[in-house]
Design a protein. Sequence first.
Length: 334
Amino acid sequence: MKLLICDPQWCAYAGAFARQLGDTWQVVACANGGKELLAELPGADAMLALTLPPEARPAARRLRAFLYPGAGVPQMDAQAFPAGCAVLNVYEHGTPIAEYVMAVILLHVTEIVRYAASFRTGSWAGSGRTGGQPHAEAAGKTLGLIGYGAIGQAVAKRAMAFDMRVIAVSEDLALPAGAPQPHFLGPPGDLPLILEQSDFLVIACPLTERTRNMLGAPELARLKPSAYLINVSRAEIIDERALYEALRDRRIAGAALDVWYRYPQNGDEIMTGSTLPFHELPNVLATPHMAGWSAPMVERRIARMVENLKNLERGAPLQRVVLTGSWQPEGALR
């Protein structure tokens, strides 16, 4: 069987797939796409990539599994994939994202970055020994979560260890065994309560037609002036201009933004994540969608994808099937 990896970043892990899959699989890394992709696709049983280009569909007739190496799948149209091809995704990023969230919270309440910078100049601002202004604590603060899936639960577990109060809204109120029980968990209709009570608001829900632009100017106006927003999900859940203006005008204290409204097409492209200058605002911590990208997370994802490929090999049920392709060439028997 043949696995085709067509992604510049994931080509570096072709060796790991080859070792774990064994001799029954041929693993081919195709970083460039184009003619190389079209040449390799006809013999591929499975493909790991971010997208399947429309012009490549006719060459992918044998494809039985399309592995997307992330939690979201950009192409949610069954017609974007050959008929019968299972489109699979993978999680495993809850731990590093939760650690990112907690790091942001702790940096904000302790003001370590500001005081460390001023101390380099000889200033003792922030020290009790010189009558400095005391900083805050995470303990006792309210953490609001929009979304309470794997990421939300991982964040809640760590926040509770810091004695924070955790409140959340989620479309699914049934918690799996072992999941941390928040102090409040309600349906999406309770969003106003979350907004009004949160000291830290974490966006951890998927982007859907229902959640796109879910937070606009009216919703952001419900936040406390001291509230700090952390988005580790998808940028489009928050109205771009409304968020920028709320931060620019200090209607909320600040934000950590790890997800963006636009992305580079290649690793060498220099660009910001928005046409609006979020990166120039002093109360914004802007990072390049890196919160979940840890080495252990990559290892876990490879292990899960290898497990699915072995299931494909022996005809066992596949896990984390998002959709099944339905595209057929014009004139094909249906």
